[in-house]
Design a protein around this ligand. Structure first.
Ligand SMILES: N[C@@H](CCC(=O)N[C@@H](CS)C(=O)NCC(=O)O)C(=O)O
Length: 215
């Protein structure tokens, strides 16, 4: 049995969504960012920095969402990956990991809009990170070209990884003018596995507003 360590509205949504896409049986262990559960020595043995996602699989622990998705594609769901030697291998790896490039700005924006006390928030960081975030979305817009999914060869784990970040990015920046990205986001969020994962995500405790931007 696969155990996914998960916190609602976090990067572990990528893995939750992917498990639903691939139809892989799993159990979800829910964690909260409040309290000290993520610093528990038992959890640190699974995830060295006390982060989610982490996956327990066949007695081993896996952390880092990009690595988890690569592993699951190779071992359990090859149709959602591009194996070594595939013509789209390099594109697949690039876009799979681009999800983290987007997420680093989301982390900064989350701190400066939500986590920090209002007096510690920086409007400069809010503005700069929103601009930098928007630039990462411009890159997705260009990459989409005239195909439905990120890679011309069809839907893959990179759509999930980048799609989950773009889903959250829309709480911090407007996506006006990004016609291809918006259409792709619409296709992603219409997928049954996306809906199943949303239903399993758990109660929101971080993002309680639809939009935090306009700085
Ligand atoms: N690069 C890692 C980042 C994991 C990460 O930072 N997760 C956040 C949630 S989005 C976390 O667990 N934060 C808890 C903390 O910082 O204490 C991945 O993609 O898995």
């Amino acid at each position: 049995m696969i155990i996914l360590h998960h916190a609602p509205q976090s990067r572990s949504f990528r893995i939750l969504w992917f498990l639903h896409e691939a139809g892989i049986a799993h159990e979800v262990r829910y964690h909260s960012f409040s309290g000290k559960a993520l610093r528990d020595p038992a959890f640190l043995a699974v995830s060295p920095a006390g982060r989610v996602p982490a996956l327990e699989i066949n007695g081993a622990a896996l952390f880092e969402s990009g690595a988890i998705l690569e592993y699951l594609c190779e071992r359990r769901a090859p149709r959602f990956g591009r194996i070594a030697g595939h013509a789209e291998r390099a594109l697949f790896l690039e876009w799979l990991h681009y999800g983290e490039t987007i997420a680093q700005h989301l982390a900064q924006l989350t701190f400066h809009h939500i986590v920090l006390k209002p007096e510690d928030r920086s409007p400069v960081v809010q503005k700069l990170e929103a601009l930098r975030l928007r630039r990462t979305l411009d890159g997705v817009e260009r990459a989409l070209g005239d195909h439905d999914w990120l890679l011309p060869g069809g839907f893959c784990a990179a759509d999930v990884m980048v799609g989950a970040s773009v889903d959250l990015a829309r709480r911090f920046v407007r996506t006006d003018g990004l016609g291809r990205l918006n259409a792709w986001h619409g296709r992603l969020t219409a997928r049954p596995a996306y809906h199943a994962a949303r239903a399993a995500d758990g109660p929101a405790e971080l993002y309680l507003k639809d939009f935090y931007g306009d700085v």
